[in-house]
Design a protein around this ligand. Structure first.
Ligand code: SF4
Length: 437
């Protein structure tokens, strides 16, 4: 049929969606290519969470105009969150684009591409989230030689954080039935996958609307029974849904990795309220204490937004205090930028850019210091890692521990996809170094 090239922006959900599109297109006879120049279909799978990601996708999509001129049969499409967010305005901005598909309509891509090729006219699929939602049962094993795989367990979000565009672009929350997920994970394990990462915007609210009643803790118990599977991860969690059943599953099930990424976003109650996050700092800290008490060895991770409208120096100080108090394994820090269509975009963006940059830098430095100290404390220990493949430095391999620490080590051969025990000999803020034990 032709060759497909996909450029992916944003989160792991988009990485998985791109894999699923490739897999669906492959079932129609399409092959994948790494080179835009030889493609017959170029898709930009986009992200709207930050302005920067949208601008980059727009600029790169603009640049393929030349290819389209040279090869008129080429179909160029914009899919994912920016497609849902900007809809047919993208046709005006980028006249060579013929296909626009939102995240909840990805299943229609093969049909729409065929229609465009047959008629030469444009197609758009962004109306009513009708759950032409991609069931991941056909997911490809995309990483570490097939040892790791992403599995979508839910899609969309029912919350309404004031800075976030996701509920608009991905729609209301829908959970996949547990039996479909178990079936998919069984199939993956049968093909050699040893680690799955369950994906969802608020993955720990999994189960809403399903009958019989089930939550993420219950799903983890079912998946723990899958033979051959060694590790289960899940991202991203929301503090409001860290329920006792999840804590118990993390405590009791050896296959469930002892790592929880649950974004705090701010350490100021005033800002959390303005963000409409639905929890207080005290509640967040209480959860951290419970997790550390109940799940020995657990590592915690967070996201933070600095420079949210109205954030004072005192609010920011409280965020630094929270970071110091919790001592996350890692934290992702973002400068606030208003996203059109969100409630926060109506608020004055009143923290000057220079001050946002300063707060961003300060928070990164605090986290770097904490991560370095935590990593240095691991020197001399023996840790089991799942090897992901060659590291950037020649002759070395890289892998991750159960608690998500990156470990680089000398290896004479490619150990990708296997488990190895490594003695830790060095540490930076970002990673550990070691030798095979
Ligand atoms: S929980 Fe908040 S930040 Fe996360 S996807 Fe939903 S609305 Fe966005």
């Amino acid at each position: 049929m032709g060759k497909i090239f996909i450029e992916t922006y944003g989160c792991q959900m988009n990485v998985l969606d791109s894999d699923l599109i490739r897999s669906r297109m492959a079932s129609q006879g399409w092959s994948s290519t790494e080179h835009k120049e030889e493609a017959d279909l170029i898709l930009f799978n986009t992200c709207s969470v930050r302005e920067h990601a949208e601008e980059r996708a727009l600029s790169n999509a603009g640049m393929v105009r030349k290819l389209k001129k040279e090869k008129p049969g080429l179909v160029v499409g914009i899919v994912g969150c920016m497609a849902q967010n900007r809809q047919d305005r993208l046709f005006e901005q980028l006249p060579h684009v013929q296909l626009i598909v939102g995240p909840r309509h990805m299943g229609a891509i093969p049909r729409l591409v065929e229609e465009i090729r047959a008629t030469g006219t444009r197609r758009i699929a962004v109306e009513d989230f009708d759950d032409e939602f991609i069931d991941g049962a056909e997911a490809v094993q995309s990483r570490a030689g097939g040892a790791q795989a992403y599995v979508k367990v839910m899609e969309g979000c029912d919350l309404s954080c004031t800075f976030c565009i996701v509920p608009t672009t991905r729609g209301a929350e829908v959970s996949r039935p547990p039996e479909r997920i178990v079936e998919e994970v069984r199939r993956l394990a049968g093909q050699g996958t040893v680690e799955v990462t369950l994906l969802g915007q608020t993955v720990n609210s999994y189960g809403k609307g399903l009958k019989p009643v089930i939550d993420l803790g219950g799903l983890l118990r079912l998946l723990s029974g899958v033979e051959g599977l060694r590790r289960i991860r899940f991202i991203t969690s929301h503090p409001s849904f860290v329920r006792p059943s999840l804590v118990e599953a993390m405590r009791d099930l050896p296959k469930v990795c002892k790592y929880l990424h649950f974004p705090a976003q701010s350490g100021s109650d005033r800002i959390l309220k303005a963000m409409r996050r639905g929890y207080s700092v005290a509640r967040y800290l209480e959860l951290c204490d419970t997790l550390r008490r109940e799940v020995p060895g657990i590592e915690l991770a967070s996201d933070f937004i600095v420079g949210f409208p109205g954030e004072t120096a005192e609010d920011f100080r409280r965020t630094v205090d929270l970071m110091e108090r919790v001592r996350f394994q890692n934290a992702f820090v973002f400068k606030y930028s208003p996203r059109p269509g969100t409630d926060a975009a109506a608020l004055p963006d009143d923290v000057p850019e220079e001050e946002k940059k300063r707060r961003h830098q300060e928070l990164l430095e605090v986290q770097e210091r904490i991560s370095r100290v935590k990593n240095q404390a691991r020197i001399g220990r023996r840790l089991e890692i799942l090897v992901e493949g060659p590291s950037k430095r020649e002759g070395r391999q890289t892998g991750r521990t159960d608690a998500h620490q990156i470990v680089n080590f000398e290896a004479g051969r490619d150990l990708r996809g296997s488990f190895a025990t490594v003695e830790i000999t060095g540490a930076t803020a970002l990673s550990l170094a070691g030798r095979l034990a």
